[in-house]
Write a protein that binds this ligand. Structure first.
Ligand SMILES: [Zn+2]
Ligand SMILES: [Zn+2]
Length: 265
């Protein structure tokens, strides 16, 4: 299957889902008192566009090279086992999502990684655009470590893009400020990471921040006992106290967030 076709489909899907969720957030918001939605959203979207251009330029060639090298050499977990095409794709998605859980958890537990990841967490107004708000330093580090993981797992480029195409609507959805009824959220989160689950992860209260690390499948948190629920989601306070000031929320403020001396207590 053609990874390029899937990649184009992924970009189109991103634009469609992002637009739909922006409309839904205006129509059915959970937190209703949102000010300067446009300013907040355009900063995060600008960050996402810049990241997309930079990671595409810096890492897409090397990612294709590494996945093709593993395939050519028959190296990596998924090349060592003989299984039908779609079973292999399903295993690739599960295993890579487990890696994403472990990597996300490391971003919270290792102070150096947290410096970069905290920019995603310093957003005081969680919405769909927060899904695009990552520091280029975090994306660079994760891309570099990922090269080794892709090689060891023997993922094909197509499987990786398939994973990203499935992840994308889920990550946009679970960051959104859409008021999804709790009974629906509960039903979806049997398998997937839902808005109410990820909202707890964006709490300014550290024991809540240090929970719910999963990306696609919610069960990794249940297995690893990092799952946390909050009864009254409307009492949540998002963001990081040390980075609430406007100077940390400007485009430049976001870029310098990793270099501030303010540390996680
Ligand atoms: Zn996090
Ligand atoms: Zn998040």
């Amino acid at each position: 299957m053609d990874p390029e076709g899937l990649k184009e489909g992924k970009i189109l899907l991103e634009i469609v889902i992002l637009s739909l969720l922006l409309i839904l957030e205006a129509w059915l918001p959970l937190f209703k008192e949102r000010k300067e939605r446009l300013r907040h959203g355009s900063r995060n979207i600008a960050m996402g566009l810049m990241n997309g251009a930079m990671t595409g330029f810096l890492f897409s060639g090397a990612t294709a090279f590494i996945t093709e090298a593993a395939e050519f050499q028959g190296f990596g977990l998924l090349h060592w086992i003989e299984i039908p095409f779609w079973t292999e794709a399903a295993i690739a998605i599960f295993v890579f999502d487990l890696w994403m859980y472990l990597w996300h958890r490391a971003n919270h537990q290792m102070p150096f990684l947290w410096r970069f990841h905290r920019m995603h967490h310093s957003d005081p107004q969680l919405d769909v655009t927060t899904a695009l708000r990552f520091h280029i330093g975090e994306l660079t580090l994760s891309s570099l470590v990922r090269f080794g993981i892709l090689y060891l797992l023997g993922l094909t480029l197509w499987q990786l893009i398939l994973y990203e195409t499935i992840l994308l609507p889920i990550i946009l959805f679970h960051h959104s400020n859409v008021a999804l009824p709790e009974r629906w959220d509960r039903l979806f989160r049997i398998l997937l990471v839902t808005p109410n689950m990820h909202r707890v992860h964006h709490s300014h209260f550290q024991p809540e921040t240090d929970s719910n690390y999963s990306s696609i499948f919610s069960f990794w948190d249940r297995f690893a006992k990092s799952f946390r629920r909050k009864e009254d989601i409307l009492t949540l306070h998002y963001g990081l106290d040390a980075f609430e000031a406007e100077r940390w929320q400007s485009f430049l403020g976001l870029l310098v967030t990793p270099f501030s001396p303010a540390q996680k207590e």
